[in-house]
Design a protein around this ligand. Structure first.
Ligand code: GLU
Length: 445
């Protein structure tokens, strides 16, 4: 890291103790910005980086609710409003027991640059709770969501801050959250939340968008190398929204997904994962990958190691942060993997990224590769603002164009800074410059 940026980084660590994931996300961006601060002293003069590392606003609140046994439960809610230089704060809500301020801040920080890269008018933010929806009844999830929104509603709105889903927050939770906002405010304000249901203001392709977008991004990487998905083996970790729709699109484009996972383990099926069965198990029954194996005679449950041990051409980590470590990266590379693209946010450790780079594996960071989700959220906001709704085909075409645009911007920026093929530098620099220029224009705020 450039020595002047190292000083800034040390200040960030000092000001935000104990937030390892946030430190990691900041380090990853600052490592790319050396040549930018050399070329553009105006960013340093206006303390753009220090300002970006300090959220505009952070809200932490109590979420009390009553479980099915009649016991009172207390969770902690967060919304970190990081940057509104380019538009209203935009970013999802994560409900998972591991959520604490450091996770929300890493996600919010990433979101600033990801959203900037889409070229759409959205700022960056993120929120969530340490509430665990797993094993909770629909009634419990509803009461939690209602209590969460009873505090959150005063901080958000169509022109202020527009939450959406993330891990643990899907269509069901968005419905309960929207219902409570509408009830409290007496406003049918569609554009205050994205990921809504198709019958009440949602957008076609939003559910599919993160997974599809990642696959479109990789398609562009393949094209740039003169290749296609035809005959390629792909391994996808996770089996949430991102993974499921990545698998769907890869299969449509001629690739074969040979392994998939969830927090209970992984499954290998050499002839290709059967999407209908996976959707049934994960989306309808909220089951485990073991339930998938029970229904597919040719599938086997991984008994040792991880799914990164399965030989593959392309690996898409689509589960959660830091799921792909140094050892996994080395195994992937030695088994001939050519491309790793992040469907999840920061699933690859910093050491693993270095291993992949040294081995010549192309690597696409999440802020570029998984930006299709939030980009389609912005398309949902566009439709809400014009009280319109677009067809699946039209929306998917827009998503594809946006992903192509991000891909090309990353490569062009990497070229401009003398780092051809470096998607990490390209994404960090292009995202940063877009938001930094807006900050300069808006004055010291
Ligand atoms: N949680 C998603 C992300 O990581 C989507 C956010 C949104 O649609 O606002 O980008």
């Amino acid at each position: 890291m450039d020595s002047s940026l190292q000083v800034l980084f040390d200040q960030v660590v000092g000001r935000n103790p104990g937030e390892a994931e946030f430190h990691q996300a900041v380090a990853e961006v600052l490592e790319s910005l050396g040549p930018v601060v050399t070329k553009h002293p105006e960013y340093t003069d206006a303390a753009v980086i220090q300002r970006l590392c300090e959220p505009e606003r952070q809200i932490i609140f109590r979420v009390p609710w009553v479980d099915d046994r009649g016991d009172v439960q207390i969770n902690r809610g967060f919304r970190v409003e990081f940057s509104s230089a380019l538009g209203p704060y935009k970013g999802g809500l994560r409900f998972h027991p591991t959520v604490y301020l450091g996770i929300v801040k890493f996600l919010g920080f990433e979101q600033i640059f990801k959203n900037a890269l889409t070229g759409l008018p959205i700022g960056g933010g993120k929120g969530g709770s340490d509430f665990d929806p797993k094993g909770r009844s629909d009634g419990e999830v509803m009461r939690f969501c209602q209590s969460f929104m009873t505090e959150l509603y005063r901080h958000i709105g169509e022109y202020t801050d527009v939450p959406a889903g993330d891990i643990g927050v899907g269509g069901r939770e968005i419905g309960y959250l929207f219902g409570q906002y509408k009830r409290i405010t007496n406003r049918y304000e569609s554009g205050m939340l994205t990921g809504k249901g198709l019958t009440w203001g949602g957008s076609q392709v939003r559910k599919e968008a993160t997974g599809y977008g990642t696959v479109f991004f990789v398609e562009e990487m393949l094209k740039a190398a003169g290749e296609s998905y035809d005959g390629k083996r792909v391994v996808v970790s996770g089996s949430g929204n991102v993974a499921i729709y990545a698998i769907e699109k890869i299969t449509q484009l001629g690739g074969t997904v040979v392994a998939v996972s969830d927090s209970s383990g992984y499954v290998v099926e050499e002839s290709g994962i059967d999407l209908a069965t996976l959707k049934d198990v994960k989306e309808v029954e909220r089951g485990r990958v073991g339930d998938y194996v029970a229904r597919r005679p040719d599938a086997r449950l991984g008994t040792s190691g991880s799914l990164w041990d399965v030989p593959t051409d392309i690996a898409l980590p689509c589960a959660t942060q830091n799921e792909l470590d140094e050892a996994a990266a080395a195994t992937l590379a030695s088994n001939g993997c050519r491309i790793v693209a992040e469907g999840a946010n920061m699933p690859t450790t910093s050491a693993a990224i270095r291993v992949l780079g040294d081995a010549g594996v192309l690597f696409a960071p999440g802020k570029a590769a998984n930006a299709g989700g939030v980009a389609t959220s912005a398309l949902e906001m566009q439709q809400n603002a014009s009280r319109d709704s677009w067809t699946f085909e039209h929306t998917e075409r827009r998503l594809d164009e946006i992903m192509r645009g991000i891909h090309d911007r990353c490569l062009a920026t990497a070229d401009e800074y003398g780092l051809p093929g470096d998607y990490v530098a390209g994404a960090n620099i292009a995202g940063f410059i877009h938001v930094a220029d807006a900050m300069l224009a808006l004055g010291l705020i």
